[in-house]
Design a protein around this ligand. Structure first.
Ligand code: FAD
Length: 393
């Protein structure tokens, strides 16, 4: 098989890239180790930046998110149960975010890929890459007991944090920057109406809590807990009790309890690997960087990477210019680091850290009080949360 761009991974980065390339007349094949049901079923991100929603509309997959997505003009922060509001739209010239689950995004992407005849190889095993330093990179893998080989012009690793592509960059070239957190988020999904029409990020002395949702009928709640916590130790009633305590009496009283149908622990991690290009290999999305979910940036960063890369590849194929692909890593990383900074900072002011003494706690509360009182501080939060600008060329 021969194609122009070989994409490893059919998550958000891989599928947005495939649709962007197809819309620009560039051939690609997507190679995914799992099947569609598995990837579509993974419960992950839920907050889309406005630019992500606009891209969906531009790609012709914006109908359902326009109909079913919940547009949020702001969010709430809580300090030990006392709420205050951040008005994104007023602070950013009208920008908003949209609550629409990653599972729904994947469904829209896959439906469009099927309609547009984009080739996706599901259940591909043992992906290896070769020729990345020369002119003829290739992808080898097993599929239904046969060995497959694809020659291409470029390979894009969209295979997430645990993928293989990053490992093909020599250790002498790769720089990894990492911050591990000793806590994670225990999250549940339940078919009960949300406690509040907008998200609530709650800083409580027992730890962080987030009141979120997937729709007006489906709630998504998280509580901070130790990273090695066993979700089985948290029967629903224990979870609801702790959540209500951390959200405080005002919001706690508005929480509708019900049986959870999903309960899992997500670790928190900050991670960047540089560069995002080596020879004929590009990395995009979680393959190159991870953020703690506090800033709701993961999926949006993946989308920003592939917007930049698809424009660069179009310049390469249509204008014969390699300027965009040569600058891809530098430009993507500049923006990635800003999102890393924001996600780290937002985590640091909302979570309880194990080594936190009374002084550190007072500083945290002072910072939240300052945000509450200062329009300038709110604006900094708002413009990062709704998404920093992305110049694609
Ligand atoms: C539990 C959890 C909760 C999250 N919550 C949020 C949130 O609330 N907000 C937010 O913004 N972000 C959140 N994220 C992050 C967000 O989901 C990711 O940033 C986003 O999925 C990144 O997309 P991606 O395409 O880069 O990687 P992925 O979604 O990881 O997709 C990579 C794809 O590559 C495939 N793959 C891996 N290895 C190979 C291989 N060797 N060969 C072929 N295919 C391979 C995988 O099966 C997968 O389908 C969460 C992540 C997790 C894990």
């Amino acid at each position: 098989m021969r194609t122009q761009i070989g994409i490893i991974g059919a998550g958000p980065a891989g599928m947005f890239l495939a649709l962007l390339l197809q819309s620009r007349g560039i051939e690609c094949v997507v190679i995914e180790q799992r099947n569609r049901e598995y990837v579509e079923g993974r419960v992950r991100a839920g907050v889309l930046e406005q630019s992500t929603v606009e891209l969906m509309r531009h790609l012709g997959i914006g109908e359902r998110v326009a109909r079913e997505g919940l547009v949020h003009r702001g969010t709430h922060l809580a300090i030990d149960g006392k709420l205050f509001h951040i008005d994104f739209a007023a602070l950013t010239g009208g920008k908003t975010v949209t609550v629409y689950g990653q599972q729904e995004v994947m469904r829209d992407l896959y439906d469009a890929a099927v309609q547009r005849d984009i080739a996706i190889v599901w259940d591909a095993e043992g992906v290896t890459l070769s020729g990345l330093e020369g002119d003829l990179p290739a992808i080898d893998f097993r599929h239904r007991d046969a060995l497959e080989h694809i020659d291409c012009d470029y390979v894009v690793g969209c295979d997430g944090f645990h993928g293989v592509c990053r490992k093909f960059i020599p250790a002498s070239v790769l720089n990894v920057f990492e911050r591990a957190y000793s806590f994670g988020w225990l999250g549940i999904l339940a078919d009960v109406p949300p406690a509040n029409p907008e998200l609530i990020y709650a800083n409580h002395e027992r730890g962080f809590a987030l009141a979120s949702m997937r729709s007006n009928e489906r709630s998504r709640y998280y509580i901070q807990c130790p990273q090695n916590e066993d979700a089985a130790q948290w029967p629903d009633e224990r979870f609801w009790d702790e959540l209500c305590l951390r959200l405080g009496p005002e919001i706690g009283a508005k929480v509708t309890r019900g049986p959870s149908f999903e309960k899992s622990l997500a670790p928190l991690r900050s991670f960047v690997s540089e560069p995002m290009r080596w020879g004929r290999l590009f990395l995009a999305g979680d393959a190159a960087h991870i953020v703690p979910p506090t800033g709701a940036k993961g999926v949006n960063l993946a989308v920003a990477d592939v917007r930049l890369l698809s424009t660069a590849l179009e310049q390469y194929y249509k204008q014969g210019s390699s300027r965009g692909i040569d600058n891809y890593s530098r430009r993507a990383l500049e923006r990635v680091w800003k999102a890393e900074r924001f996600s780290w900072w937002f985590t640091s002011i909302t979570h309880r850290f194990p080594d936190m003494d009374a002084f550190a706690r007072r500083l945290q509360i002072a910072e939240l009080n300052y945000i509450q009182e200062s329009r300038a501080a709110q604006q900094v939060l708002a413009e990062n949360y709704v998404g920093l600008p992305l110049e694609v060329d």
